[in-house]
Design a protein around this ligand. Structure first.
Ligand code: GTP
Ligand code: MG
Length: 314
């Protein structure tokens, strides 16, 4: 079994060296460990510090392309280098690399395809109140949309089996955390959590520069990912609600029309009813089209999966 450790980093020159130095090179059940630093156009010495600390490979992008796309590049590279298990760990020193064996264990034991190092399982880490609330809300939303039940959907300390990496398609540009879990659930990949320790962050957060902006961007990604998998359910729920509202407002008009043969004095209500029913039907129609697009996407994903799998096998 080969392990690839991926460290996404944007301007983490103060901490990335320590992270790399503490990555265990001798892991039970693993024959080789490859440390890959994913430097996303850092303007500081992140790359140099990573090389000094012994990273096996540094993949750098010229400009900042975002955490998700950087990680996607790392995934594909790790697959090319025949990794069987992949671990992601933050470059800001918040995670303890000594916990890598614990995080990959459920994958080695074939208990899961994705393992989340949870900061909240059996413990309460020291994080700001606003972040704790945001974390909890996004985790609940992810659980609700995916049907899985985890305590920390935003964690960056994770492990993936090769199969999971072949199956997942990261499309977002900002954060991949909720997207990968919703996809995992709909693709039948088993997700487990193990408790991890988390240190206080030194310096400013690189990902969550401000919470409302994070919430908006991560929220959009979460919603669009869900729509990719359950479009009809989503649009049917909204469309049916609008149609129902139309039927409720129209009830009085219909009863009046049957008894008197006239719409007056309910013309405004009749117009509202017609508008609601027409709009509702259109929303359901959008859902039907989206469901057809989904079928095409599933075929494309199947092709991508086979191409990646065969590229490695061949
Ligand atoms: N490749 C890449 N990595 C990033 C980017 N933004 C953040 N990161 C890295 O992703 C990891 C997580 O980012 P953090 O800023 O620590 O986010 P966080 O841990 O959710 O927030 P804090 O609790 O404030 O640390 C760190 O290793 C960052 O260097 C980015 O734009 N591109
Ligand atoms: Mg952090």
């Amino acid at each position: 079994m080969k392990l690839a450790v991926l460290i996404p980093a944007y301007n983490e020159s103060d901490t990335v060296g320590e992270v790399i130095r503490h990555i265990p090179r001798d892991v039970p059940g693993i024959e080789s460990v490859k440390v890959i630093l994913l430097d996303d156009g850092s303007t500081d010495d992140t790359t140099i510090r990573g090389q000094e600390a012994g990273a096996d490979l540094v993949l750098s992008s010229k400009t900042r392309v975002g955490l998700s796309q950087t990680l996607k590049k790392g995934f594909l590279h790790a697959l090319d280098t025949e990794a069987d298990v992949l671990v992601t760990i933050d470059g800001d020193g918040q995670h303890d690399p000594q916990e890598i064996p614990k995080v990959i264990k459920p994958i080695l034991e074939k208990q899961a395809e994705i393992v989340l190092g949870s900061r909240f399982l059996d413990q309460r880490p020291e994080i700001s109140r606003a972040k704790a609330i945001g974390n909890s809300l996004f985790t609940k939303l992810t659980n609700f949309l995916s049907g899985i039940s985890v305590t920390d959907a935003q964690t960056g300390f994770r492990a993936y089996s090769r199969e999971a990496t072949l199956r997942l398609n990261i499309l977002s540009r900002y954060t991949y955390t909720q997207e990968t879990l919703i996809q995992a659930a709909h693709k039948g990949l088993r997700v487990r959590e193990v408790p991890i320790t988390v240190r206080r962050r030194e310096g400013r957060s690189k990902l969550v520069e401000n919470l409302p902006s994070y919430a908006q961007r991560a929220g959009m990604t979460t919603l669009t990912t869900y729509l990719n998998y359950k479009p009809l359910k989503f649009f049917l729920a909204i469309g049916a609600t609008v149609i129902l509202a139309g039927l409720i407002t129209g009830f009085r008009v219909i009863v009046h029309f049957i008894t008197t043969g006239m719409v007056q004095p309910f013309l405004p209500t009749a117009i509202l009813t017609a508008v609601l029913i027409i709009v509702g039907v259109q929303i359901v129609t959008v859902g039907l089209f989206a469901e057809m697009v989904k079928s095409n996407r599933e075929i494309t994903e199947e092709i991508l999966y086979e191409l990646r799998r065969r590229a490695r096998a061949g």
